[in-house]
Write a protein that binds this ligand. Structure first.
Ligand code: DSN
Length: 420
């Protein structure tokens, strides 16, 4: 077979890839759930292991020829437990879920019956679709109840969660969030779950990297099952993982395959192993500390400029900004900032008077800008740029000028110099 470049063979896709690289290099990514993997992780996702069918688990597959993918999966499992300092005698890792949503689906499938009550955080208050949203599988197959945040503090109210648990007697309580900027205290969740005879699932997807670097309390001693994605603060390839107490190992493995998935994505599992090796390096701790410092710097800078930061600040990698004092909706802000070269998402504020497609707020995260090397000074500059864009939201000339300033800033901090 004559090897020709992708650009020659499929110029349309090659161009799209090249455009995406340009977008990454020259615009700011403030989406709190995104990050940039290393080139090694990307190399592995684009590797020969994409070809292999390997239904089953290491050393017990339904197909031959799995000896090398077994090596990758075993390394991913071992490194994952090591990363979170977990004893393999007590904990089990399943690295096969294709995504966080599938990790949660498998966990529910392992321990719940259809129609069982579950109690998770309300999507509108910062929860996740898979924690019991009415049109998600979690709200269709199970009976969902939701807790929210306190109206005044905009923080979790553990007393109220306890009341809801006692009222609805869920079989499963889910802790974890997609848009919550404060430390989640897992201990009261465990106490409440024990009181009502529920199991506890902790979805650490957003904060997994912070937990690995001991910058957020760990969930493992409290949860029956912990789920996560691998591509947010953890900075790995897109994918999911499940860590459970040993007693759930067989049920979890069975729920993932044959329960809800078929062939695992072995190229992604190998790339997860590479990402976990990277996360075991000391530099990962420094990175996570900087993620938080950058977020806190930005939250303070927004407050100084008269923006209301939901809950008054942040303890982690993200913040929600209430735009009502500026007379803007999240939808307008998201669109205007895109024009200025800044990517983020509109986001409900707690008890938002606007609809979810409009919203009164934006969510801002620092994992990606920190990966590209931003520190406090650049974090402040980003807030200046956002404020300037939002203050000139109808001025196309000004927005164009800001996009050039964004490009200049990004050029000083290349993400993939190796790919130029
Ligand atoms: N969609 C992700 C987020 O943006 O938080 C959660 O899965």
């Amino acid at each position: 077979m004559k090897i020709i470049s992708l650009a020659q063979y499929d110029p349309a896709i090659a161009q799209a890839l090249n455009n995406e690289l340009g977008r990454i290099e020259y615009t700011l990514d403030l989406i709190a759930s995104e990050n940039y993997t290393s080139v090694h992780v990307m190399q592995t996702t684009g590797s020969v292991m994409t070809n292999k069918y390997a239904e089953g688990y290491p050393n017990r597959r339904y197909y031959g020829g799995c000896e090398f993918v077994d090596t990758a999966e075993i390394l991913a499992q071992e490194r994952l437990l090591k990363l979170f300092k977990l004893d393999p005698e007590r904990y089990h890792a399943n690295v096969q879920p294709h995504s966080g949503a599938q990790a949660n689906m498998a966990a529910y499938f392992a321990i719940l019956q259809p129609g069982d009550a579950i109690l998770g955080m309300d999507l509108a208050a910062g929860g996740h679709l898979t924690h019991g949203y009415k049109i998600n599988y979690s709200g269709v197959f199970y009976k969902p109840f939701n807790y929210t945040v306190d109206k005044n503090t905009e923080c979790l109210d553990y007393g109220k969660i306890r009341e809801l648990a006692q009222e609805h007697k869920p079989k499963l309580i889910i802790a974890g969030a997609s848009a919550y900027s404060r430390i989640i205290d897992f201990k009261p969740f465990k106490k409440i779950a024990d009181e009502v005879g529920a199991k506890l699932l902790i979805d650490m997807a957003h904060i997994a990297g912070l937990i690995a670097a001991e910058q957020h309390p760990a969930p493992f001693e409290y949860a029956d099952i912990v789920t996560s994605t691998t591509h947010k603060t953890l900075r790995g390839p897109r994918g999911g993982i499940i860590i459970c107490k040993k007693e759930y190992a067989a049920a979890i493995d069975k729920a993932v395959m044959p329960g809800i998935q078929g062939g695992p994505l072995m190229h992604h599992i190998a790339a997860k192993a590479v990402a976990f090796k990277e996360a075991l390096d000391d530099s990962f701790v420094a990175y996570q500390k900087q993620v938080i410092q950058n977020a806190q710097t930005m939250a303070n800078a927004f407050a100084t400029k008269g923006y209301r930061v939901v809950s008054g600040g942040t303890d982690n990698h993200l913040m929600i900004i209430d735009l009502r004092s500026k007379g803007l909706t999240g939808k307008v802000a998201e669109t205007v900032l895109m024009q200025a070269g800044i990517t983020l998402n509109k986001n409900c504020i707690p008890f938002d008077p606007e609809k979810p497609m409009i919203t009164s707020g934006i969510r801002i995260g620092t994992p990606a800008i920190t990966t590209r090397g931003f520190k406090e000074q650049e974090a402040k500059e980003v807030v200046d740029l956002i404020d300037k864009a939002l203050s000139n939201y109808e001025n196309q000339t000004e927005l164009e000028a800001i996009s050039i300033a964004v490009k200049d800033l990004c050029t000083k901090f290349p993400v993939y110099p190796e790919l130029k």
